[in-house]
Design a protein around this ligand. Structure first.
Ligand code: FES
Length: 181
């Protein structure tokens, strides 16, 4: 599969720097250790992931080693050390969606699009969150929610493939947005 990851813009670390200076002021080494996770959560809230330069800033600010920061980043599954995709899909895996064929959609993403264990497609187009709850629109099952607003319902394998290709070609046409269900 073609892999085309755009180069990353330099990151403005100043919002993180401000938060660290205001709220993360450990009195001793023990407290610094305890603040690492919170500081990483701040970075993830700001950037959508914890970029290496943010991890480095946190380590330097708290006076802990970068290895310690990465140890915690890799220990907690919620942290991302890779940037999220440019689009985001909640894919419902609740009971109604399961019965209606959500499993086939997940198989497609894994087998044909090489979705990794974090739910990312390798070309950076899409991050998928397989949601083990119910999105509350079971009449659309199997259903996903794209970019936090657009429901894509009654999804078949073919339609999901078309959606991914639409996202890819939309990006090539500089952000053209397709229709919704
Ligand atoms: S189970 Fe998927 S929307 Fe309800």
């Amino acid at each position: 599969m073609e892999s085309k990851v755009a180069p990353r813009q330099p990151l403005d670390l100043s919002p993180l720097q401000r938060i660290l200076e205001e709220r993360y002021r450990p009195q001793d080494y023990q407290e610094a250790q305890e603040l690492i996770v919170g500081a990483c959560q701040e970075a993830q809230r700001l950037f959508g992931w914890v970029p290496p330069e943010a991890a480095q800033l946190i380590a330097g600010h708290l006076g802990v080693t970068i290895n310690r920061v990465y140890g915690l980043l890799t220990f907690y599954a919620d942290f991302r050390t890779q940037p999220p995709g440019r689009h985001y899909l909640w894919l419902c895996y609740g009971a109604a969606c399961y019965v209606a064929g959500a499993r086939r959609l997940i198989d497609l993403l894994r087998d044909e699009y090489d979705m990794d264990e974090k739910g990312d497609l390798p070309d950076g187009t899409l991050s998928i969150n397989i949601f083990n709850g119910c999105l509350g629109v079971c009449d659309l099952a199997p259903v996903g929610q794209l970019d936090h607003h657009e429901y894509v319902g009654h999804l078949t394998v073919e339609e999901l493939r078309t959606l991914i290709e639409r996202l890819r070609s939309g990006e090539e046409a500089e952000g053209t947005h397709g229709g919704s269900h």
